[in-house]
Design a protein around this ligand. Sequence first.
Ligand SMILES: [Zn+2]
Length: 257
Amino acid sequence: MSWLQRLLGTRPSNPDDALPWREVLLAIPILQGLNEHEQTRLCELAAALLRQKSLTELGVSLSPEDRAALALQAVLPILHLDLQWYRGFHEIILIPEPVVRRETLQDEFGLVSDIEEEHAGESWQQGPLVLAWSELAQDGGWDGYNLVIHELVHKIDMLGGEADGAPPMRLGMSMQRWRRHFQAAFDALNAQLARGEEPSIDPYAASHPAEFLAVCSELFFTRPATLQRVYPAVYDELKALFGQDPRSRQPEDGASD
Ligand SMILES: [Zn+2]
């Protein structure tokens, strides 16, 4: 019997309470730099998340460490908020690989083409969160990508109605200012692409204001120096929304663009 099994065996009521939270937290780069109080809070929120939401594993089998790593990263955006911000869903479904979906598009001249789009994650209004484990397993680094944060920010966005890149504002924030700053950055990215220039951030962000918010939030938590340099006003709005300044946590060697 491993130490972990012994630990789990002592808490039969809810095995997730006994997950190796601290050990896993300290092994995930983007969770480095949180102070003692924040580490404790993150572990509490992660355990509460797993109590409140059901985690369905379809064709994948997560170890206790995997569950802890997923939950800890999932609650990073609400570290200084609370679980109420995740009230828009009840279930997290994990699948092995991204789903490739064939979609038929018709352009303005009536030309029909089939495109294959890869969906690593999906999030519908009030629906479950569907996440591909093959993608999740690569997350946690200062590399600008984080699937669970991306999808959960869509959920936060949808609290304000449709996914349109405008989540509910916190006290002291201004929706007008938020929209102005996000629209300017979204337009700048689209203009850059229209000119055939190398985009400053993942060009997927230019596809829709909701994707712009989700991609910028991924950067905010996993490559904050880049977001702050490219779209400083967007960085400041996200800082106000999430009540955090990840730039101060990002190590210098991970801060290069
Ligand atoms: Zn998205």
